[in-house]
Every structure is written in C-alpha cells, then in structure tokens.
Design a protein around this ligand. Structure first.
Ligand code: P6P
Length: 340
C-alpha cells in the first residue's frame, strides 16, 4: 500500500474532510520542511559548519537565557521558511521579544504561527532528544499589524482558538506529531526520500498510568498539593494510591510529552516558588498551549492544577504557566489534590 505522507494526509484533511484550508495545508507543510532542516542541522552536531552547531551563540533571548547556536539557527530556519508563502500574518517565537511581521514584499495570510524553535536546549550538547513546538492561530479580522508591538495583541487568544499544533522530536528518529483538530497523527521522517511518512494515527493516551515526570530536585519549591501528590506516588503500593509508580525526566518537554503520547503518563512542571514572580517555568503560547491541544486531542487532560490550560486567556506573549498534563484520570487525581 502506498505510504501516507504528510502531504497526502493534509490533502485528505483539506479536500475530503474539509477540516483545513489550502493555506493551512501550505503552512503545515512549510513548518514540517523547516523541522526537517532543523533535524539535518542538529544531526551534524560538532561536524556542522563553522566550528559545529553545538555550544553557545553568545547571545541571550527575551527570557534572559543564553542562546545555543542551534536555538538561533532553528529560529532563523522557521522564520525564513514561513515568511514568503502568503499564508501567515505574523510569527512569534520563544527566541524573539516581539512578533516577526511578514515583510511587505510578501503577501500576508490569515494565520499566526507561534513556536519554540528548539525546546530542551540544555540537552543539545549532551546528545539527548530535543524538539520544536508550534501552534497555529487565525489572525483576528482587522488586527492591527502595523508594528510588532501592536501585532503582539493579535496572538493573545486562548488555547481553544488553536486551529493546529504540533511538535517535532529530534531523537533516534525524527518524528512530527500533529493535530488539526481531527485527532493526533505521528509521522516519521524518511531520511532517504526526505518526506514525513505517517506511522501512527488516532493516537489515544491511556487514561490511567503509573509513570510520572517531574524535576524532583525542585520539591522544596512546590506548592503543598503537589508535594502531597508526589509523596503519595513515591509511597507506592503501601501508600494512599495503592500502586508503585515509575519516574522519568528527560528535561526536554517534547521528549517527555512524546513518551506520554506513546504510552501514557503524567508530566508536571508545577508552580515553583523560585519562579513564582515569572509565573512558572513553561511558556503558555508556544509550549503549554500546543502541548495541551495535542494531549486533549489524544484523549488526555492538561491543567495548571486549578484550571484547564486551553481556557486561559493570555495577557502576555511570553506568559508562563504551571503545567500538569497527560493521562486523563491521573491529571484529574493531581488536580484533586489542589482542591482539598
Ligand atoms: P529543568 C527545556 O529548557 C524546558 O523548557 C522544557 O523543555 C523542560 O521540560 C524544562 O525546561 C526542563 O526544566 O528545570 O528540569 O531544566
């Protein structure tokens, strides 16, 4: 049977099911090609151009974080790939303070793209899986795109307004995991032919799990409900939850989320006292929202601990939120600790 490539899947979603528009199909194909280019650049590692693509770029991003060469390169690949197609009005990135407007020499489209071009940067130099996360919104009618400052307001829509979201995992294989609101599909990069081939569709996350992901070194900074919940899980079979749990923490959200997408689990980056002034660790617009969209599309749940992530109305492009997501029943259990 002929392989179902990303292009074929998007064509089916556009022509047969009318789930997406031609412009959204183009946007997603371009974003996938950018992820392919990032995968190739990452794969070169220390052998990449001018001294290799590993190591520091010598600059900081809006978050005040030192940028890796690959952070900057990945961001540039996504900007260049997406500005000429006529499908976008503007782009926003973890690596840029303000949105990047489509230059006037190119036609503007109806979509907004946000992305974390390279998530898990601390893992680049130690050859552990990293990824790209992206989210697509419609540009509001009549949005003021005259300046980057004005355009930032067009992005401030709740996660429920997303029309598509996805991530690429750059690991032993390069995967693209995507939803256009019609379930979650997984594509594997066929490096010989250079295209993404569907390898899973209708992904469903098991409702129950015995595997949690959290950075345990922050336990003293968590709020009491999270401390109680994690203590109960680590108490195992003899504890109040009556079962033994396993733990995983890759410190690349994309890798941890993909494990959950594949076999279930719960991922937490909860509110952390040392980060309270910033609002948390993970960014709403290009980490929490796209991942929450995908997780819900696969039957899971995503909460701040006190409310559904997709319902949050953003007030700032780089806003941070606590994140608890994964197997639905386990997320409900974790949320339950916040109301006792
Ligand atoms: P920590 C990567 O920098 C990231 O934004 C997420 O991908 C990841 O889940 C988290 O931070 C890791 O944080 O504090 O464990 O290094």
């Amino acid at each position: 049977m002929a392989q179902r490539t990303l292009s074929r899947y998007l064509t089916e979603e556009q022509r047969h099911k009318e789930v997406i528009t031609g412009d959204l199909k183009l946007l997603l194909e371009v974003a996938a090609r950018a992820c392919k280019a990032i995968s190739i650049a990452i794969g070169k590692g220390a052998l990449g151009g001018d001294g290799g693509v590993l190591g520091e770029a010598g600059s900081d991003n809006i978050q005040g974080e030192a940028q890796k060469k690959l952070d900057v390169l990945s961001n540039e690949i996504l900007l260049e790939a997406n500005e000429w197609g006529g499908h976008l009005a503007a782009m926003a990135s973890e690596e840029m303070d303000l949105p990047h407007l489509v230059p006037n020499r190119f036609p503007k489209g109806e979509y907004l793209l946000t992305f974390d071009p390279l998530d898990g940067s601390s893992n680049i130099d130690v050859n552990v899986s990293i990824g790209t996360i992206f989210s697509v919104l419609k540009c509001p009618e009549g949005a003021d795109l005259s300046t980057p400052e004005a355009a930032a307001k067009a992005f401030l829509q709740p996660g429920t307004a997303q029309v598509a979201a996805g991530y690429a995992v750059y690991g032993p294989t390069t995967l693209l995991v995507l939803s256009v609101g019609d379930g979650v599909v997984v594509f594997t990069l066929d490096r010989e032919h250079g295209h993404f081939v569907m390898t899973r569709e209708n992904v469903r996350i098991p409702e129950e799990t015995a595997e949690f992901a959290i950075n345990m070194s922050n336990r003293r900074f968590w709020e009491a409900p999270v401390q109680r919940y994690v203590d109960d899980m680590t108490a195992g079979r003899q504890g109040p939850l009556g079962k033994d749990y396993n733990m995983r923490w890759v410190a690349s959200m994309v890798a941890d989320v993909h494990r959950i997408m594949t076999r279930g689990g719960i991922f937490m980056y909860p509110m952390d006292e040392k980060l309270r002034a910033k609002g948390g660790k993970l960014r709403l617009m290009y980490e929490a929202n796209p991942m929450a969209f995908l997780i819900e599309q696969a039957g899971g749940a995503a909460s701040t601990g006190r409310q559904r992530i997709l319902d949050l109305v953003p007030h700032d492009l780089h806003q941070r939120v606590p994140v608890i997501l994964g197997s639905r029943r386990e997320v409900e259990r974790a949320v339950g600790y916040h109301s006792t």
